[in-house]
Design a protein around this ligand. Structure first.
Ligand SMILES: [Zn+2]
Length: 281
């Protein structure tokens, strides 16, 4: 290649055929963007999001998802057109709790650092404990057990609490503990959650990006003080609630992308959350 720039060398081999192109590529590392794109193009994606429709579960004191179909169909100009309207509480279905939800002055939905919304997942599997005790509270011991099993600390990960409750989605009474609506339902709520002491341990001894759960609230159903919400929100840690489809995820190895609606000043909002599993890494 003496005297020839890399660019002109590649151009020269391109005209001389496919084999030569392969040789040239072997000598030139692809740009970083290309390797990242290739990584995300492979693997299997899982949707961790419940659909938003009339059956979507909201907190008993909220209206459900409001969907108003438009005048959808073919129009006189010859093309098909559909456009609907929706209205929703910030906190219902699969959604984000921005830190502002329980902590004055902390980040609103639009202010959350993007780095907290994407990252490696650590799935804490407490399905057996929750099946035995439907108001089970996940403790620091559950986190330590995960760390010992996987030989790493819960640092720079998105912690996903897998209680198994998303399998009850669609049966409001089984999912929430009651199908009563309104304020009188709140004392009847029964589902598992994160113990405030467990949240405190994560915040004080580890550094996690976000914490998600497959129940209606990060605090368990009987909670009245919402201690885990307060601890996590004060530490500017986003919370994901009503996650779907955690079942097939390994305890370690998935990559999560959690993109909430960017509501300016919002205390939370609808969340589309995905997990990618590499093919074989
Ligand atoms: Zn919420």
């Amino acid at each position: 290649m003496s005297g020839m720039g890399l660019r002109s060398f590649v151009a020269a081999v391109v005209v001389s055929g496919f084999t030569a192109i392969v040789v040239a590529q072997a000598t030139v590392a692809p740009p970083r963007e290309e390797t990242t794109a290739a990584r995300f193009a492979s693997g299997t994606w899982f949707d961790l999001t419940h659909p938003f429709d009339a059956a979507t579960i909201y907190w008993p004191t909220e209206k459900g998802f409001q969907f108003e179909p438009g005048n959808n169909g073919p129009n006189p100009k010859g093309y098909y057109y559909a456009a609907n309207r929706f209205a929703t509480a910030e906190h219902g279905g699969t959604h984000l709790d921005a830190p502002r939800h329980f902590a004055e002055g902390r980040h609103t939905a639009d202010q959350i650092e993007l780095e907290r919304l994407v990252g490696a997942a650590a799935v804490i599997d407490v399905r057996e404990k929750c099946a035995a005790n439907p108001v089970y509270e996940i403790t620091a011991d559950d986190f330590v057990a995960w760390e010992e099993a996987h030989g790493r600390q819960l640092v720079d990960v998105i912690v996903l609490l897998r209680t198994g409750w998303s399998e009850r989605w669609g049966d409001r009474a089984a999912y929430l503990g009651t199908d009563v609506k309104g304020p009188e339902a709140v004392p009847l709520l029964r589902f598992p959650g994160l113990a405030p002491e467990g949240a405190k341990w994560l915040v004080e001894h580890r550094r996690v990006k976000a914490v998600g759960i497959d129940t209606a609230s990060i605090d368990h159903g009987p909670s009245t003080l919402f201690g885990s919400h307060v601890v996590l929100c004060k530490a500017d840690t986003p919370i994901f609630e009503n996650l779907a489809g955690l079942g097939p995820l390994p305890e370690e190895g998935a990559f999560v992308v959690a993109l909430p609606m960017k509501i300016a000043g919002g205390s939370g909002g609808p969340l589309r959350v995905l997990a990618r599993l590499p093919d074989d890494e």
